[in-house]
Design a protein around this ligand. Structure first.
Ligand code: HEM
Length: 481
């Protein structure tokens, strides 16, 4: 072959090979969207205790599973593994909220954590209000939805999502916002809009991303409402000289009180907004999974009822203590979280610079790292017959929903552990008690109650919960909002 034709072949071969590899990687990335959970589980079961990589749209993800990996992630300094960069990759703030977080968020996170801790200490004062919101939303659904042979046909996801958005709004933004229908409908639309932009921007080539912003009407309403509340609290704290000024009644007020005075209004709006989004996206999912499990495993209903019978929802002063004393429900919620495992991966990070795990696995700068809790929860050595739903695995074993550590990595690694987990645990238990005491329910079609997307198990919007008032309940829809 003449030298020139060898040269021409090489000249063509390299770009073709490059394009082939690139399109293979981008197909693999797209495959992750629909098959991510299953792929990662299969890989970790085939090669236990080994870190591996998967192509995800736009990046490479390093999936780790062992106790040593977990401890390495906990010990990694923020300057080498950043939760902030991971949150930025997930939330695409430049397109979803119009601001590209310039400065590292770690300092914002400290104020967020402090304000969350403050609200957790206030939980006993809020729980009767959470019960009222839950009863109000569920009563409304039972009263207004179409009935079939006396059973209201309630869309489970829609109802739980709205209920939990109100509960979260009450905690984060205060009672007034949680009872303001106009605010809630904008917030719901804003959440839907943000979810869509966030996903689309991560999927299309980067030059198309700037055109995918929504019209932002809901976002503007939502941001203006946050800005007004922040300014009100600032005006109050600067005008009062009383050292015992009113303690913050919401995470927003606590955030304003704890944030340095020179933080701009925009920075506060931005931080509170992100906290709101993260919580309202996650909490309704595990709450829906819990209700799915209650009514697709009816063999446990009797045990759940025997226990909930002793809870007095109206005695608000002792509600938190009563919720701590429901061992079967605690075990049931844990088994629901283990088996559904709404996010296969926890502790999301992006490597700021190259990072090497203690077993030698290396993560180049810019690539993502996550801990695959799904593999751990499905390890037959730890959970015998691991696909079976069996709450007794956790019963009377000294375990709790809010545990921390490798064995229960749901809330991340200890150094960044979720400070809101007690709120999540309490509201899940409250929801179960409210439903068991107030309604008869059943799920007639348990097929396709969820679908997989990336590493998440997402409730289908079509699942119907058949509901009616339990015979002992006297209700009035006019109560509350
Ligand atoms: C189902 C609901 C929730 C899940 C699954 C969840 C899970 C997590 C996880 C995995 C982390 C990161 C830990 C790490 O990076 O190692 C985290 C952090 C955090 N969570 Fe949650 N969370 C939930 C709800 C909440 C709620 C209701 C609040 C507030 C009321 C909250 C406040 C926070 C905060 C402020 C952080 C940042 C902690 C830090 O940077 O040190 N979360 N959460």
């Amino acid at each position: 072959m003449a030298a020139s034709s060898v040269y021409a072949t090489v000249l063509w071969a390299f770009p073709c090979l490059y394009l082939l590899l690139k399109s293979y990687r981008s197909c693999a990335g797209w495959r992750f969207l629909l098959r991510g959970r299953a792929l990662m589980l299969a890989q970790s079961q085939k090669y236990p205790r080994q870190a591996f990589t998967v192509a995800v749209p736009g990046n490479t993800l390093h999936v780790v599973t062992t106790p040593e990996h977990y401890h390495d992630m906990n010990a990694a300094p923020l300057s080498s593994m950043s939760p902030w960069l991971a949150a930025r990759e997930m939330f695409q703030p430049k397109y979803t909220v119009g601001i590209d977080w310039g400065a590292p968020r770690e300092q914002v996170s400290l104020v967020t954590v402090r304000s969350t801790r403050h609200m957790i200490s206030e939980l006993p004062k809020l729980e009767d209000e959470f019960v009222r919101i839950m009863q109000n939303e569920l009563d409304k659904a039972v009263d207004t939805k179409d009935k079939r042979q006396g059973w209201s046909q309630v869309l489970l996801w829609e109802t739980i999502q709205r209920t939990f958005i109100r509960v979260t709004t009450h905690m984060l933004l205060g009672r007034e916002a949680a009872n303001d229908d106009m605010f809630l409908s904008h917030a719901l639309a804003f959440i839907a809009e943000t979810g869509l932009i966030m996903e689309t921007v991560r999927l299309v080539p980067s030059f198309l991303a700037p055109i995918i912003k929504g019209r932002n009407t809901h976002q503007k309403y939502f941001f203006n409402a946050l800005a007004r509340s922040i300014e009100q609290r600032r005006a109050y704290t600067t005008s009062t000289s009383d050292p015992n000024q009113e303690t913050p009644q919401s995470s927003l007020e606590a955030f304003v009180d704890f944030a340095p005075n020179d933080w701009s209004l925009q920075k506060c709006v931005d931080a509170i907004n992100i906290m709101f989004l993260i919580i309202v996206l996650a909490t309704p999912i595990i709450a829906s999974h819990l209700v799915q499990d209650m009514y697709s495993h009816p063999e446990h209903l009797e045990d759940l009822r025997t226990e909930e019978n002793h809870v007095y929802l109206s005695s608000s002063s002792s509600l938190s203590a009563q919720l701590d004393d429901l061992p079967f429900l605690e075990a049931f919620v844990m088994e629901s979280m283990r088996t559904k495992c709404f996010q296969a991966n926890t502790a999301h990070r992006v490597a700021v610079r190259s990072f090497t795990f203690s077993d030698g696995h290396r993560v180049p700068a810019g690539e993502a790292v996550e801990f695959n809790q799904h593999a751990h929860f499905n390890d037959p050595a730890l959970y015998l017959d691991s696909t079976k739903f069996d709450p007794c695995r956790f019963l009377n074993k000294g375990k709790s929903i809010v545990d921390i550590g490798y064995d229960w990595s749901f809330w991340g690694v200890p150094r960044h552990i979720c400070p809101g987990r007690l709120h999540v645990a309490n509201t899940l238990k409250l929801l179960a008690v409210v439903i068991l005491q107030r309604y008869d329910c059943r799920i007639e079609n348990t097929k396709d109650m969820n679908f997989e997307w990336r590493d998440a198990l997402v409730p289908s919007p079509h699942t119907v919960l058949s509901m009616r008032f339990a015979s002992k309940v006297k209700h009035s829809v006019s109560s509350g909002q």
